[in-house]
Design a binder for this molecule. Structure first.
Ligand SMILES: [Zn+2]
Length: 204
């Protein structure tokens, strides 16, 4: 991987207050250089220079986040993160519009169709011609740096996310497991995450 190509740039283009069910937050709109590079950051508390805020990097999941689907644990992880961050001194949910592990909404529904026929999430993505996980966290690192964040305590079970952030110049000083209660519907999905994508999910 070419390092110079991975060093993306991003900037904050808008900020506003965002009262939520979990407490007071603010929202920032962040844009990168590429046409698809945009995200919003939901922030709680003030970021103090040199400290590491609690951070969750969340990839958009329309079916989970909005329709509360139990095929995956996205909504449960998002809620747990917002609750923890609202209680922390400072924290951020960086919300990335990369639906379906980067394959897009319609392809995700196609993948669900294949899963209903017995394939797991990784096999379904591969049958559709995609990598098991097409997400790229290089822009996420650039977005965090645009917010003035260079060190984080990361809410995540995904070692690849940690590696990519560190490569992008954001130090992960601590990993905090993100394990909400989940329904039995998402058990096979989580087992695939653990067995095929290397997520750290003890007890599954
Ligand atoms: Zn999901």
């Amino acid at each position: 991987m070419k390092r110079s190509k991975r060093q993306g740039k991003a900037r904050v283009v808008a900020r506003a207050v965002l009262p939520t069910r979990f407490g007071p937050f603010s929202i920032a709109g962040i844009k990168g250089r590429g046409p698809d590079e945009e995200a919003v950051a939901i922030q709680h508390g003030r970021l103090k220079p040199g400290t590491a805020p609690l951070v969750r990097i969340h990839s958009q999941c329309l079916t989970g986040d909005v329709f509360m689907s139990e095929r995956c644990d996205c909504r449960a992880q998002l809620e747990l993160s917002l609750r923890k961050i609202a209680k922390a001194r400072s924290g951020i949910v960086l919300y990335l519009p990369q639906e379906g592990r980067g394959i897009g909404l319609i392809n995700k529904v196609k993948a669900y169709e294949l899963q209903d026929e017995g394939l797991d999430t990784v096999e379904a993505n591969r049958q559709l011609g995609f990598a098991a996980d097409s997400r790229d966290y290089d822009f996420a690192a650039a977005a965090l740096k645009a917010l003035g964040v260079r060190r984080v305590r990361l809410l995540s079970n995904n070692p690849d996310k940690i590696n990519q952030l560190e490569r992008g110049g954001v130090r992960v000083v601590e990993r905090i497991p993100c394990r909400p209660r989940t329904s039995h519907h998402s058990r096979a999905y989580l087992r695939t995450k653990k067995q095929k994508l290397g997520h750290i999910l003890a007890g599954l």
